[in-house]
Design a protein around this ligand. Structure first.
Ligand SMILES: [Zn+2]
Length: 300
């Protein structure tokens, strides 16, 4: 690898991007697709840095630091704020596209492109087809099936998958030789092959401590055998919305890893599917307590 991407895995995808850059064979638009927290947004941003820095992506010049901090004039970011991207937002993108460029490139980083409404996407298509010279769109999606085929056909799609637990642990050991094995194993469990999440946890001791605390609760919780105890637990949990997603995701990962170990696999698969359903409902703001209680009823 020529550039320092500071990311775990994805070497095949990164070398494709590098060769596009080094051979000056860039596409108008890239779509980095894959589950959340596998490092797509990090790659998007690093790619912008490589293209904008005149000093070979030095990590030391003002341009590198402006791109990094999101303050670079010709590197426009649309961070996922959970709102949909509407036609007015696309108009603004088009306006920015047509403004004079000062840097090497004009780059648009648009996160979770599936947020775009159909109207917005249709007006975005024209720009995507024939952008001004040296304009590059770097888009990401967590769900490529939700992206319009007309968009997909106009971009270079790069797939980013989660990596295996074994590979992730090996890499974490290399990157963080001072951390003990228990931490590495836990981070691997919490992130389940999502490399971006793993690095984030390793770099944020407070966040990691919080995960470990909730993990201990999950292990304790799994020992509850009667529904009344579980209900009283989720009633407390429902008061603390920030905690729910972490709790549910750790619970799901613990069960998934049991499945991989072949422990009560069928029973756990059923539960994991129900957890996934519950997660979807929670994200849709369906009554939390109700979702959690139904989930508790389905636990074996
Ligand atoms: Zn630089």
């Amino acid at each position: 690898m020529k550039y320092n991407w500071s990311i775990i895995g994805h070497s095949k995808q990164l070398s494709v991007i590098e060769s596009d850059i080094l051979n000056e064979n860039l596409f108008h638009a890239y779509l980095l697709a894959g589950p959340n927290s596998v490092g797509k947004n990090t790659v998007a941003k690093k790619m912008a840095g490589i293209l904008q820095c005149s000093n070979d992506f030095c990590h030391a010049c003002p341009i590198c630091s402006q791109v990094e901090k999101g303050g670079h004039l010709d590197t426009i970011e649309m961070i996922d704020d959970k709102e949909s991207i509407k036609i007015d937002d696309v108009r603004k993108i088009i306006e920015r596209c047509n403004m004079t460029r000062q840097a090497n490139y004009k780059i648009f980083l648009i996160q979770t492109i599936e947020r775009m409404t159909v109207d917005a996407a249709n007006s975005f298509l024209k720009m995507l087809e024939e952008p001004p010279e040296r304009t590059i769109f770097i888009l990401t999606t967590n769900n490529i099936r939700a992206v319009l085929p007309t968009i997909i056909s106009r971009v270079r799609v790069m797939n980013f998958a989660a990596v295996s637990a074994g590979y992730l642990e090996k890499k974490l050991r290399e990157l963080y030789p001072d951390h003990d094995e228990d931490i590495i194993k836990k981070v691997s469990l919490f992130s389940f092959g999502k490399t971006g999440k793993a690095v984030n946890l390793m770099e944020n001791p407070e966040e990691l401590a919080n995960y470990i605390k909730i993990y201990n609760e999950v292990m304790f919780f799994l020992q509850y055998r009667n529904v009344a105890d579980r209900f009283s637990y989720v009633n407390n949990l429902a008061e603390d919305e920030g905690k729910i997603e972490t709790f549910v995701s750790i619970l799901s990962n613990v069960l998934r890893s049991k499945i991989l170990d072949g422990e009560n696999a069928e029973e756990h698969i059923e539960t994991v599917l129900k957890i996934d359903e519950a997660m979807t409902l929670i994200k849709k703001n369906v009554n939390l307590k109700l979702v959690l209680e139904n989930l508790m009823l389905s636990l074996k």
